[in-house]
Ligand binder design. Sequence first.
Ligand code: HEC
Ligand code: HEC
Length: 370
Amino acid sequence: MNDLATFELGQAIFNSQWLAAGAPRAERRDGLGPVFNAASCDSCHNNGARATAPSDDGRLPIGFVMQLGMANGGAIPLGDVLNPAAIEGYSAEGHIVLSYRVRDVRYPDGSQVEVREPHYQLHGPRVSALPARTLLKPRMASPLFGTGLLDAVPASAFGSDQASPGRFGWQAGTRSVRDQTAKAFSREMGLHSTEYPLDDCGDDATCAAAPEGGEPEVSEDFLHAVTLFQSLLAVPKAEPLDAESEAQGASLFARTGCANCHAPSLPVEGIDGLSRIAAYTDLRRHDLGDGLADRRMDGTVVDSLWRTAPLWGIAHLPRGGHFGLLHDGRARSVEEAILWHAGEADAARATFMALPKAQRKRLLDWILRR
Ligand code: HEC
Ligand code: HEC
């Protein structure tokens, strides 16, 4: 199969709603669940975009996933993610109730901005049996464009000293687009492949014994095609301002310290006609303080490192409605996202807050055109 045909197959699989094992006319797209989050990649990453924002009254988008962890290691009874949906005849693992606590952040010049802090409760019979040390890791479906370019950044450009397991995901926990794809099929959709041969059943034997939609459910040609499709998703173009505003914005971005992490330029290798990209990330992980850190079910904060989120593509976020920025979608604007920066980014946030209002606006306008 040539690359174009593979790309088109990948796009078709990305958009396909998978069916329960044995469903008629499934065309090798069966085996969903038995427990799952969504039936297609596109339900969470619509046309490659990030999940839509959670609403102020706590309604969660389908692209929001509650990953689970266990402090000090140990098996997680529900598997790696909470699965709030199930095929007929099986029970969902539970559901999430989100509420926001809202407060005002005051600038040195007296102006105020409202931010919202999320609180999660899990409900359902199996959830109530989870140990209190279970970690809750709320995650928004990330934007997918540009993954092929980020893959082409040589490791030497961001240093191999940081011992991060990979470069994809909010915590750079995944080494390749292929790995993330296979993981998503298994964890978020209940579809196993040769890379991840098990569904995300945890210790539930009934779930594990559910009929299979093939062996593996996601065939190698499908996995390869979806991986290629995503690697080629183009980054939406920046929308530059006039030359003077561009220069002033870039200078503020550097002076404020944003550019120390959100690197305006990174080298890439092996891509025809391209030697550098403007992804605005260093692909490294940073501690941004307790406010953004994951918590255990009993409320204890756990140390959390986050990959500097690439800022490219921000110009194309839907206007009018809310943005859902940061790993859990809490920030409704670029400004709110900045105000959550603490820990290693504390100085940058403080410098931003101390800027005269007109300069803050200049910087925000500039970021909104990346
Ligand atoms: C239920 C929602 C959901 C579904 C379905 C889903 N994803 Fe995701 N995806 C996520 C979330 C949440 C993340 C962030 C995970 C993290 O950071 O740990 C993510 C992250 C990714 C990333 C990493 C991007 C980056 O640059 O860091 C890739 C690639 C990806 N998904 C591909 C896929 C593919 C391919 C499918 C279909 C096989 C898929 N996803 C299905 C929610 C979903
Ligand atoms: C120490 C490194 C560091 C510095 C300095 C820093 N950031 Fe960040 N930034 C991050 C990390 C890490 C994240 C992801 C945090 C998360 O999702 O919880 C992030 C996320 C963001 C986001 C949200 C992106 C998204 O896709 O959701 C925006 C916007 C942002 N930063 C802007 C800025 C601006 C503007 C500055 C300067 C005032 C700045 N950052 C300084 C590390 C940094």
